[in-house]
Design a binder for this molecule. Structure first.
Ligand code: PLP
Length: 357
C-alpha cells in the first residue's frame, strides 16, 4: 500500500502517465454520469452500451483489425480466446516466458502445451515439425515480455507459423500504447490479421485505465461472442472506465511526444545504468530489469530503495526462474529527469555498499 503521490513510482505499468491524467479522471466521471456507475449486466444481456461499441471500433482501428471485442481484463481475454481456439486435440506452443494467464488459459482448455526456448524460432520450428500433421496448432507469445522487457520477433514468428500451418496469437499487453508508429504496439498495423490473426491488448497498462480486448477477423470475434465463457458470464466493464479509455486513445493520437519522452528516458536510464555497471537485460522498452540473481538480495535492495521513497518491483520465483530474481524498474513519460537520476544515484550507492570489503 502506498500513497502514490509521495513516492517515485518505478514499479507500475503506467508508461505514458495517463492513469492520473485529469482529462481521464474527468472522462471517467462523465461516463458514469451518462451511463451509470456500473454496466449492470453482461454484454449479451443488456450491459453492452454505446460507449463499449465506440471503444471497440476505436481499438480495432488503432491496431488495424476488422473487429475488436472488449473483455473485463487481460486475464479473462486470454482465458476466453484459448478456451475458444483450443480443446484436447490442439497442440499449443508457448514461449517459455509467456504471461501466467496464457499458460492458465491453455491448461483450462485442456490443450497440450509445449514450451519453446525464449525467443528461439528454431526451437519452435523444431517442435512444430514433430507435431502430427493433422493436429490443429496454435503458437502463443507475449509481444513485450513482462518481466524481461524484450520484444518478440513478430515477423519471424508469423513466418514460422505460415510454414508449419499454425495460428499465431500475440498478447501485446506491454507493447500497446508504447511501441509502433501510432502506439499500436508491436503487432499492430504493421502486421495485419494475415500475420497475427489473434491479437490481445490490455488497457490497464500504457492506456492507464482497465480492461482488455481481442482483435481479429469478423469470424474470430463472432465466435468469441458465441462461445467465450469469460466474455459471456461476466458483467460488462463499468462505462466510466470505457469512457476514460476513449480519452486515453485521443491522447495517444494527439500527444506522440509522450512516446518520444519515454524513449529519451529509456536511453538516459540505460546509459547511466551501464556506466554504473548495473546488470541490465537487453531491453529497449520501458521495462528495465536489474538482474540481481538472489531473491534475498532483491528484497534487500527494494527495501532500501523504498526507504528512500523509490518504489520498484522485487520479482522472484515463481514469477521468474529461480536464480534470476530482479528489480523490475519501469519508466514512464511523466517521470522527471531528476527522479530518474535520483533512482540511479540510489542504485549506485547500493552497488558500492555491497562492493565495500
Ligand atoms: C498484465 C498482463 C495481462 C493481464 O492483464 P490484466 O488486464 O491486468 O488482467 C495479460 N498478459 C500480459 C502479458 C500481461 O502483462
Amino acid at each position: 500500500m502506498h500513497g502514490r503521490m509521495l513516492i517515485d513510482d518505478f514499479a507500475g505499468n503506467d508508461y505514458l502517465g495517463l492513469a492520473s491524467d485529469p482529462r481521464l479522471v474527468q472522462a471517467t466521471a462523465e461516463g458514469a454520469r451518462r451511463y451509470g456507475a456500473g454496466a449492470c449486466a453482461s454484454q449479451l444481456v443488456s450491459g453492452y452500451l454505446e460507449v463499449h461499441q465506440e471503444l471497440e471500433a476505436r481499438l480495432a482501428a488503432l491496431v488495424g483489425r476488422p473487429r475488436a471485442l472488449l473483455f473485463s481484463s487481460g486475464y479473462l481475454a486470454n482465458l476466453g480466446v484459448l478456451q475458444v481456439l483450443c480443446d484436447r486435440s490442439t497442440a499449443v506452443f508457448q514461449d517459455r516466458l509467456n504471461h501466467a494467464s496464457l499458460l492458465d488459459g491453455a491448461r483450462l482448455a485442456g490443450a497440450r502445451t509445449r514450451r519453446f526456448h525464449h525467443g528461439d524460432l528454431d526451437d519452435l520450428a523444431h517442435l512444430l515439425a514433430r507435431c502430427p500433421s493433422d493436429t490443429p496448432r496454435l503458437v502463443v507469445s507475449d509481444g513485450v515480455f513482462s518481466m524481461d522487457g524484450d520484444v518478440a520477433d513478430i515477423a519471424g514468428l508469423s513466418e514460422v507459423c505460415r510454414r508449419h500451418d499454425a495460428w499465431l496469437m500475440v498478447d501485446d499487453a506491454h507493447g500497446l500504447g508504447v511501441l509502433g508508429e501510432h502506439g499500436d504496439g508491436c503487432a499492430g498495423r504493421r502486421h495485419g490479421c494475415d500475420q497475427v490473426p489473434v491479437l490481445v491488448g490490455t488497457l490497464g497498462k500504457a492506456l492507464g485505465t482497465g480492461g482488455a480486448f481481442v482483435a481479429g477477423s469478423e469470424l474470430l470475434i463472432e465466435h468469441l461472442i458465441q462461445f467465450a465463457r469469460p466474455y459471456i458470464y461476466t458483467t460488462a466493464e463499468p462505462p466510466g472506465v470505457s469512457a476514460a479509455t476513449l480519452g486515453a486513445l485521443d491522447i495517444l493520437e494527439q500527444e506522440p511526444e509522450r512516446r518520444a519522452r519515454l524513449k529519451a528516458h529509456i536511453a538516459r536510464f540505460r546509459a547511466q545504468a551501464k556506466a554504473i555497471g548495473l546488470p541490465l537485460l537487453p531491453s529497449s522498452t520501458p521495462i528495465q530489469p536489474v538482474l540481481l540473481g538472489d531473491s534475498t538480495r532483491v528484497q534487500r535492495w527494494a527495501a532500501r530503495l523504498r526507504a528512500q521513497g523509490v518504489l520498484v518491483g522485487a520479482i522472484r520465483a515463481p514469477t521468474v526462474p529461480r536464480g534470476q530474481a530482479r528489480l523490475r524498474i519501469t519508466l514512464s513519460a511523466v517521470h522527471r529527469e531528476e527522479q530518474i537520476d535520483r533512482l540511479l544515484d540510489a542504485l549506485a550507492s547500493l552497488k558500492a555498499r555491497e562492493e565495500r570489503p
